[in-house]
Design a protein around this ligand. Structure first.
Ligand code: HOC
Length: 442
């Protein structure tokens, strides 16, 4: 008897019963009207598969090579933060499930467990590291160095979260997990971050200590420069929460260190000022393959490969960031055309909306090299811990394999656009000719 339902809606319904209200709201919720999340799923309904017959499909290979290593299947565990919302064993249980299915896990910057422990749990099975490029380069470099040291095979830089999206489910519950210290384990286990927190605690202690100076002006000027200031990103989140629910944001913080850790995190987690000009600095930080995540526009995709990145990750963050965004699947063909049209063989990773093996088939046929699985594995985690994650991944692998067998495909190379027909209309982002990058025009 299966541990988890094979159908996504039933899986979600089962997971909901095991999760707290706030936990489920955080995982299931999306940006604004949640139209993006709906569009992500609906986009798959506009593609239909055209099977081929009389092909010997006795032997099938779902394997794919990514960054020099052969993967048994084209599935990746997409990075998801705050997995404690689903299960107490959080990232460690996901690692056990992923290891069992030999699926590479993309370890989240917002994990509940330090990356080194997750890597240990994966015990030789592959992992990549997902990075939010901190406003503090020393911290970003430290996270990247740790990822390299614990064996990550690629660096996935998420670019769509300079600010946290407007998420009504969380807002209405007055809930932001990070503001309570959940999902910041990569930071609190980091030496650079810990030094920042210690400095903050010390500065605050000095700020509240009786002043020794007789010059009132001098003391005030000193404390003003020492006082940490939240970035606009942190402010927008905190303001949104406190407007709806005054006073709740910091209620649960006790002790100077946790509070200072959360404040430091909110201050440094993102860098809204990033531009293409910053990429060379990232390149200098690591020799790992760099994958840019959140690409939806063909011009951005072309610019990424022109800049020498090693992979492009088409995603709209599961609909959690931009409300009424283009569906990730609708953006995929344009990105594939741009990347391949520029002569690049860089892997194109896809996530946002895959709910079953047939969905994976469609994304792969449209040109994705591999596909990330987000909410389904989290719901598996909620329902049955590591066993649930493993079973969700096993089902996806099995369904894709069967889909290939039934449609006359023996390897992923057979999954080409001519296996599909498109029904209905779609609005994809415009494909421009060069020069297209902001700033390139006179
Ligand atoms: C305070 C911002 O991936 C999500 C996460 C976003 C993490 C950014 C933290 O909730 O989608």
């Amino acid at each position: 008897r299966p541990t988890v339902p094979t159908d996504h809606d039933r899986l979600e319904a089962r997971a909901r019963k095991t999760m707290s209200r706030k936990g489920f709201a955080y995982v299931a919720g999306s940006a604004g009207s949640e139209a993006t999340a709906r569009a992500n799923v609906a986009a798959f309904d506009r593609w239909q598969v055209v099977p081929r017959l009389l092909v010997d499909t006795t032997e099938r290979d779902t394997g794919v090579e990514l960054f020099g290593r052969r993967h048994e299947s084209p599935f990746l565990v997409a990075p998801v933060g705050v997995l404690s919302a689903a299960h107490a064993d959080a990232d460690l249980a996901v690692a056990r499930g992923a290891r069992e299915q030999r699926v590479t896990q993309v370890i989240s910057t917002q994990a509940c467990v330090p990356m080194e422990r997750i890597a240990d749990e994966l015990a030789g099975s592959g992992h990549w590291f997902q990075l939010y490029w901190s406003s503090d380069d020393a911290l970003a470099a430290s996270l990247v160095a740790r990822a390299e040291a614990c064996g990550s095979e690629a660096l996935v830089v998420t670019l769509d979260t300079a600010y946290l999206g407007w998420r009504p489910r969380d807002l209405d519950l007055g809930h932001l997990p990070f503001a309570r210290g959940e999902g910041i384990a990569q930071y609190t286990s980091d030496p650079v971050f810990r030094a920042r927190v210690a400095a903050r605690v010390a500065a605050r202690a000095a700020d509240t200590a009786p002043r020794r100076t007789s010059s009132r002006e001098g003391a005030d000027a000193g404390s003003r420069t020492a006082r940490p200031r939240p970035t606009p990103a942190a402010l927008s989140t905190l303001l949104a929460l406190s407007r709806n629910h005054p006073g709740r944001t910091r209620d649960n913080l006790t002790g100077p260190e946790p509070r200072a850790a959360v404040e430091t995190f909110l201050e440094v987690f993102s860098r809204p000022s990033l531009t293409w000009d910053d990429l060379p600095r990232l390149r200098q930080m690591t020799s790992l393959p760099i994958v840019l995540k959140g690409i939806l526009n063909p011009d951005d995709a072309r610019r990424a490969v022109d800049a020498g990145v090693d992979g492009v990750y088409v995603s709209n963050h599961g609909g959690r960031q931009v409300d009424r965004s283009v569906a990730a699947l609708d953006a995929l063909p344009g990105v594939v055309a741009a990347v391949r049209g520029s002569g690049s063989a860089a892997p194109i990773i896809f996530d946002s909306g895959i709910r079953c093996g047939a969905d994976a088939f469609i994304a792969l046929a449209l040109g994705a090299s591999a596909v990330g699985i987000g909410r389904p594995h989290v719901y598996g985690l909620a329902v049955a811990g590591a066993a649930g994650v493993s079973e969700v991944l096993r089902n996806l692998r099995a369904e894709l394999d069967l889909q290939m067998a039934l449609t006359g495909c023996t390897s992923l190379a057979d999954l080409t656009p001519d296996r599909l027909v498109h029904v209905g209309t779609v609005n994809t982002p415009p494909v421009h000719t060069r020069p297209t990058h902001p700033g390139d025009h006179p």
